[in-house]
Design a binder for this molecule. Structure first.
Ligand SMILES: NC(=O)c1ccc[n+]([C@@H]2O[C@H](COP(=O)([O-])OP(=O)(O)OC[C@H]3O[C@@H](n4cnc5c(N)ncnc54)[C@H](OP(=O)(O)O)[C@@H]3O)[C@@H](O)[C@H]2O)c1
Length: 241
C-alpha cells in the first residue's frame, strides 16, 4: 500500500499529481492553503496549511502524518510541489518581504516537511522525497532572481538530505519538470515587460505550443519517479521522464 503527501494540490501540477496517484490506488494527503474538489474521495485527505509560514507546519501536519504511519504502508512519498514565482522584477526594484515569503514557501517549507517526514516514517518502509525544481535552478531568468535562487537551494537541499540519510530504504531526488500550462505560466506571460523583461519568453512558450499538459507530465512523474527505481540524490531532467 502506497501513500503520498503532495503540497500545492489546489491546481496545476500538484492537483494533477494527486489525481494520478489516487488513480493508482494510493492514499494521498494534500497539504496547502486550499484543496481541489476533483480530489475528494475515501483515499484522500487534506490538511490546510500556509507553507509561507514554515514554523506552523508541524502543528498542522503531524497528526495526519501519524495517522498515515498507522496504516501499515509499504511505501510513502513526499512530493514538495508547491511554489511561488513571485516576487518578479529586476534587482533594484524588489519587494524583500515578498522574497522572504517566497523562500519560506519554496525552500524552508520543503525542508520542514522533509524533516517531519523522516521523523514520522522509519526505515521499515520505502521512503521517497521528490522535490519539484525547475530549469531556473541552473539558468538565470531576468526578473526572476528569487525564484531561480529558491530552486537552486531546493536542489542543494535534495543533495544535502541524501548526504544525511543513505539508502537502501530512502531516496531523495529532484526534478526539473520542463514547461507545462498552469496558473504559474499564465502569470509570467501576463507581466509587463518593463518590470519583467522575460515576459516575452513565456509568451513565446504559449504561442509556439511548447507548453505540455500538466496531467501528462504528472502521469510520467508518477510512473518514472514515484513508482519506478531512482538514483538517490539525483536531479532528474524532464527529458528523462
Ligand atoms: N508550470 C511550469 O511550467 C513549471 C516549470 C518548471 C517548474 N515548475 C514547478 O512545478 C511546481 C508546480 O507549479 P505549477 O505550475 O503547477 O504552479 P501553480 O499553478 O502556480 O500552482 C502552485 C501551487 O502551489 C500552491 N502554493 C503556493 N503558495 C503556497 C503557500 N504559501 N501555501 C500552500 N500552498 C501554496 C498553490 O496553492 P494556492 O491555490 O493556495 O495558491 C498551488 O496549489 C512548482 O514547484 C513550480 O516551481 C513549474
Amino acid at each position: 500500500m502506497h501513500a503520498a503527501i503532495v503540497t500545492g494540490v489546489s491546481r496545476g501540477l500538484g492537483e494533477a499529481l494527486a489525481a494520478a496517484l489516487l488513480a493508482r490506488s494510493a492514499y494521498v494527503l494534500g497539504v496547502g492553503r486550499r484543496s481541489s474538489a476533483k480530489l475528494a474521495g475515501p483515499r484522500y485527505r487534506f490538511v490546510e496549511c500556509d507553507l509561507a509560514r514554515p514554523a506552523a507546519i508541524a502543528a498542522a501536519v503531524l497528526p495526519a502524518l501519524r495517522e498515515l504511519a498507522g496504516l501499515q504502508l509499504s511505501a510513502v512519498t513526499l512530493v514538495n510541489n508547491a511554489a511561488v514565482a513571485t516576487p518578479l522584477g529586476l534587482a533594484g526594484q524588489l519587494d524583500i518581504a515578498a522574497a522572504d515569503e517566497a523562500f519560506a514557501t519554496n525552500v524552508t517549507a520543503p525542508l520542514a516537511l522533509t524533516d517531519l517526514f523522516l521523523r514520522s516514517f522509519d526505515a521499515s518502509l520505502e521512503r521517497r522525497v521528490l522535490n519539484i525544481s525547475s530549469g531556473a535552478a541552473q539558468t538565470a531568468i531576468a526578473g526572476s532572481a528569487v525564484y531561480c535562487m529558491s530552486k537552486a537551494a531546493l536542489e542543494m537541499l535534495t543533495k544535502a538530505i541524501a548526504a544525511d540519510h543513505g539508502e537502501p530504504h530512502f531516496r531523495c531526488i529532484a526534478l526539473r519538470p520542463g514547461i507545462f500550462e498552469t496558473g504559474m505560466q499564465a502569470l509570467l506571460r501576463a507581466q509587463d515587460p518593463e518590470t519583467f523583461p522575460s515576459a516575452a519568453l513565456f509568451r513565446g512558450f504559449k504561442d509556439s505550443g511548447a507548453l505540455k499538459d500538466p496531467e501528462a507530465v504528472a502521469g510520467r512523474i508518477v510512473e518514472r519517479l514515484i513508482a519506478g527505481p531512482v538514483e538517490h540524490g539525483r536531479v532528474y531532467d524532464h527529458t528523462e521522464l
